[in-house]
Design a binder for this molecule. Structure first.
Ligand SMILES: C[S@@+](CC[C@H](N)C(=O)[O-])C[C@H]1O[C@@H](n2cnc3c(N)ncnc32)[C@H](O)[C@@H]1O
Length: 191
């Protein structure tokens, strides 16, 4: 049974994903503060939850660790080499690795009509805001990672505009959550 309550514990599946990440020098993986947050949210989720942009699978591993066994966990990656690595990493864990572009793939072909929790970095979400909100179930949660929150507003005008666009999306209710002094996510609930 993985232990999530002690900050210094790294669940086995997360450790395996971090090792895979280090082996290829991949430095864009989800931070542990964010991962722990994702696992905690996942514990309340049923249906299908997703990491859009698998990378080396760190965020996905946190989702799988936190979610109930009955909750379906999918992860989508458009880079074929990363998708293949993730398929090997998650073999036997119940995580489904879907190679392709999350914004254009046919979700219904995988028997998925909506998602109850999504994690994605704000850059990968890019200009596909409408599509992403469409995919969320009513009451579904969205965690946008790698956000420059209001404390850094002066730093980068484009980041500020991107954040404002999400916060003004009428179908979402959003709030910034600082998980560390230098790590902010936008947590959004689908109305
Ligand atoms: C910041 S990394 C993701 C980190 C990962 N979620 C984690 O937990 O460590 C972004 C990843 O998204 C992938 N990506 C970017 N755009 C995508 C898209 N439209 N569909 C699927 N994957 C995408 C990139 O190839 C890259 O691996």
């Amino acid at each position: 049974m993985p232990v999530l309550s002690s900050p210094w514990d790294t669940p086995d599946l997360v450790g395996a994903a971090l090792s895979a990440s280090l082996r290829i020098g991949y430095l864009e993986s989800t931070r542990s503060e964010t991962g722990r947050f994702l696992a905690t949210l996942a514990a309340s989720r049923q249906g299908v939850i997703a990491d859009l942009g698998t990378g080396c699978g760190v965020g996905t591993a946190w989702l799988r660790t936190g979610a109930p066994a009955s909750t379906r966990v999918v992860t989508v990656e458009r880079d074929p080499a990363l998708a293949a690595k993730a398929t090997r990493l998650f073999a036997g864990t119940g995580v489904e690795v879907l190679p392709g572009d999350w914004s254009t793939m046919g979700w219904s072909a995988h028997g998925i009509t909506s998602l109850s929790l999504v994690t994605i970095d704000i850059g990968t979400a890019g200009g596909s805001r409408e599509r992403l909100v469409d995919l969320l179930a009513p009451g579904g949660l969205l965690v946008l990672d790698d956000v420059h929150g209001h404390r850094n507003f002066a730093d980068d005008r484009l980041d500020t505009m991107a954040l404002q666009a999400w916060m003004h999306e009428s179908r979402l209710l959003c709030t910034e959550v600082y998980l560390a002094p230098d790590a902010c996510v936008l947590l959004c609930a689908r109305r």
